[in-house]
Design a protein around this ligand. Structure first.
Ligand code: CTP
Length: 412
């Protein structure tokens, strides 16, 4: 996982009322230990003062190409040297037009032109300016040029209107920056993930399911995307929003999940089975709603396919990762499961701790032994886990064994 304390970010601020949110963004990044170099346009200084940004970032703020503090007069090169990324927030319609057309007539636009790092922009403008054909063209061009467009959001605007064009909140921009700074450990890899519960119908209105929230699987999908992977997420019923960049397949039953996994697994480099798949389904779900009677009701259950064992047993299996939720004897049961399903890595957690919670503690079991990831938010654990999987995957590929014999070196 990237240590943000070693990261340097250039924050460009242009002249829009949302400039006040940039102050909060500086505060959030500085709190993470990021070194923030603020660069403001002249019109940004009409909305918020450089003194505010200097106080929050703890660094001098630059507004001018010809700042005498830069001895060689190359502020546009100096300021972004070593930067992990440049983010422009807010980015006005005018600034987007400049960027799209390659203009370099002030410090910030020149700095963006001369960059070697990724560029993120958070547009902020009146809804008609956002809808204007010229802005649409400029945004499309920037996306083609590889610039990451963050938002905008829809809502109340400073001009009194309501619509698209509000800058994202500082926290959302902070999270996008954090994602962008993650090391691309899975660049170019196809990762297939199952998440959430399955739902096995009893009749048209009832079914058998479990308490899995899908939070861990979705967090892993997000972390794998941040690590540069292409992600397919096969998800049972959840209330969660899938990461926009993931290919999502929504299913209900274990059999539907199995069909979706079979469709995607052949192209996958890595398969991560996070879903809590129902072990049984009703043999013959009733076509009509079952009516209450005084008599006992017996449901005949038949076993569902084991999706993880199927993937691991393919002639050329992807690198398979399983999740074991146990209510007792965690290590013993999880290790037995790992061996039975023949997967190189099993992630074990106590079911009563994990289900539905926002944080968790997990133990990783592989050929090198066990390794505990201490209690942390699932989003943090997901990143640690993806880093671990990436290490094991590359050593497994090197040894061509399909299991990770070199896993001792794999540190989170
Ligand atoms: N799994 C699967 N297909 C199933 C059952 C489980 O792919 N029909 C996967 C899960 O996605 C998880 C791993 O197997 O990665 C372990 O799931 P778990 O429910 O703990 O294992 P079971 O084999 O069902 O064992 P048990 O319920 O008896 O503990």
């Amino acid at each position: 996982m990237a240590d943000l304390r070693q990261q340097r970010v250039v924050l460009g601020v242009t002249g829009g009322i949302a400039a006040y949110k940039a102050a909060e963004l500086v505060r959030l990044l500085v709190k993470d230990g990021v070194e923030v170099q603020v660069v403001m346009t002249q019109s940004a200084c009409s909305f918020i003062t450089p003194a505010t940004m200097q106080a929050l970032s703890g660094r001098p703020v630059f507004t001018d190409m010809w700042d005498p503090r830069v001895s060689d007069n190359m502020a546009h090169i100096e300021l972004s040297r070593g930067a992990g990324l440049i983010v422009v927030a807010p980015a006005t319609a005018d600034f987007l037009a400049k960027l799209a057309n390659g203009h370099a007539d002030d410090l910030l636009s020149t700095l963006c032109m001369a960059r070697e790092c990724p560029l993120l922009v958070a547009p902020a403008m009146n809804r008609q300016m956002w809808d204007n054909q010229a802005t649409r063209r400029n945004v499309a061009q920037l996306a083609r040029d590889g610039v990451v467009i963050l938002g905008p959001a829809s809502g109340d605007q400073a001009c009194g209107e309501t619509g698209m064009g509000r800058m994202l909140e500082a926290q959302q921009i902070h999270d996008e920056i954090n994602s962008s700074l993650q090391p691309k450990l899975l660049a170019g890899k196809q990762v297939l993930i199952t998440a959430g519960p399955t739902f096995e119908a009893i009749d048209p209105v009832r079914g058998i399911t479990n308490r899995s929230s899908g939070k861990m699987g979705y967090a892993i999908a997000r972390a794998a995307l941040d690590a540069g992977a292409q992600v397919t997420l096969v998800s049972g019923p959840t209330n969660l929003e899938a990461p926009a960049a993931a290919k999502i397949e929504r299913i209900e039953s274990a059999n539907e999940m199995f069909a979706a996994v079979k469709k995607h697994v052949r192209g996958a480099d890595i398969y991560i089975g996070v879903a809590a798949v129902a072990d049984y389904r009703v043999a013959k779900p009733s076509e009509q709603k079952i009516k209450r009677t005084a008599a006992n009701l017996a449901l005949e259950l038949v076993p569902n396919p084991d999706i993880l064992a199927y993937c691991a047993g393919l002639p050329r299996p992807p690198f398979c990762v399983g999740f074991a939720a146990e209510s007792q004897k965690l290590h013993e049961f999880a290790d037995a499961k790992r061996r039975r399903k023949k997967v190189p890595l099993m992630v074990a957690n106590l079911a009563q701790d994990a289900i539905g919670a926002d944080d968790n503690e997990v133990t990783l079991l592989d050929d090198s032994g066990t390794h505990t990831l201490p209690r942390a938010p699932k989003t943090v654990l997901a990143r640690q886990l993806v880093a671990y999987i990436a290490k094991l995957y590359s050593s497994a590929k090197t040894t061509r064994s399909g299991t990770a014999k070199d896993a001792k070196d794999a540190k989170v």
